[in-house]
Design a protein around this ligand. Structure first.
Ligand SMILES: Cc1cc2nc3c(=O)[nH]c(=O)nc-3n(C[C@H](O)[C@H](O)[C@H](O)COP(=O)(O)OP(=O)(O)OC[C@H]3O[C@@H](n4cnc5c(N)ncnc54)[C@H](O)[C@@H]3O)c2cc1C
Length: 308
């Protein structure tokens, strides 16, 4: 019988091999499939050149642009799958109006396009596209709370971690992703948050969305207005029905951090902390220490006040 650590080692290597094989199997055909035809590249290059004239070189960047953002978007997305594509240019809008200009050009030249918010998803043609235009929202990342309507307005480039930090002084939270660097694309295709058990999917909290349609027209979709079918389709539709430039979501009143008697989340502590806690022979007040695993010395603390 294999000893436990040898078994773990063998399984781990099988896992790595499996990961490598699945990457090769999925990545290779995707790259071949998405190699654009020369006329597509020409059309994209014409669209990019026209957009550079309209919006300027810092908002429309090509592989030869001096600014670093083209490379950051083309190769630096959180999900490295997006780095397999080489877009003809990257659009970095500052407003919905910029997105409208870009969409009009995409439509006029029939160019392939992709949209990148937090860049977490791996799907060929989703967050990046070979020979097409990638719209990155890295420069549209504001968040604001309206206490009268009790809603939060988000620009698509913000990450959930940043949004929650900004909202903390108001004592409200939004149903965002469970990792801080996940982006708002979650509102268009998922929505599991730490508050989900009590408040449902993140998409359930969506009140309205500004959407730039493929024609370049911008509409505001809600559950009850004339774009209610679009509103419904967005919840799972990702970038298939238009490009969202503004989200309005309902809030959850969680209180400010000083008012909370609990911490929800994971605290990673190094070996020194674990050894100290164990040497002291007692846990901090109201804390439960989950012992570190054999493989590493990280541990988790569940802290409650008053103690559980
Ligand atoms: C490590 C990890 C942890 C995760 N944890 C969670 C979790 O806790 N809860 C959960 O629900 N999901 C989770 N997910 C899934 C993740 O939320 C989804 O992949 C989500 O769609 C990512 O959004 P994004 O903005 O980061 O990614 P992106 O890849 O930028 O966007 C996702 C999709 O939406 C499209 N899109 C983005 N913005 C727009 C826009 N403004 N208009 C039109 N289309 C747009 C993109 O083209 C893409 O198709 C996790 C994924 C990973 C890899």
């Amino acid at each position: 019988m294999l000893r436990p650590h040898l078994y773990q080692l063998v399984s781990f290597h099988f896992f790595l091999l499996h990961l490598l094989l699945s990457f090769l199997v999925t990545a290779t055909p995707q790259q071949q499939h998405h190699n654009p035809a020369p006329h597509d590249i020409n059309a994209a290059q014409r669209a990019c050149a026209e957009l550079q004239t309209q919006l300027g070189g810092s908002r429309i960047q090509t592989p030869s642009s001096p600014n670093p953002e083209y490379r950051n978007v083309a190769t630096g997305a959180w999900n490295r799958f997006n780095a397999l594509s080489e877009p003809a240019c990257v659009a970095l809008p500052l407003s919905s109006g910029d997105v409208q200009v870009v969409m009009k050009s995409i439509f006029k030249y029939s160019v392939k396009y992709a949209v990148q918010a937090g860049g977490h998803s791996a799907g060929a043609g989703w967050g990046s596209v070979d020979g097409g235009i990638v719209i990155s929202f890295m420069n549209m990342r504001s968040v604001s709370y309206d206490p009268v309507r009790d809603v939060v307005t988000l620009q698509p480039g913000i990450r959930w971690g940043e949004a929650l930090q900004e909202l903390e002084p108001s004592g409200v939270a939004v149903l965002g992703g469970r990792l801080g660097n996940i982006g708002t694309g979650l509102l268009l295709g998922g929505g599991l948050s730490y508050l989900g058990n009590a408040h449902g999917f993140s998409v359930d909290a969506l009140e309205e969305a500004d959407v730039v349609l493929v024609s370049g027209e911008m509409v505001t979709a809600t559950a009850t207005n004339r774009y209610s079918d679009l509103f419904k389709a967005l919840k799972g539709g990702a970038n298939r029905f238009g490009i969202v430039t503004r989200y309005v979501v309902r809030t959850v009143h969680v209180g400010r951090s000083t008012e909370k008697g609990f911490y929800g989340g994971t605290i990673y502590a190094g070996t020194v902390v674990v050894v100290l806690v164990l040497r002291l022979g007692r846990t901090p007040p109201g804390a439960i220490v989950i012992l570190p695993s054999q493989r590493d010395m990280k541990t988790s603390l569940l802290i409650s006040s008053p103690p559980l």
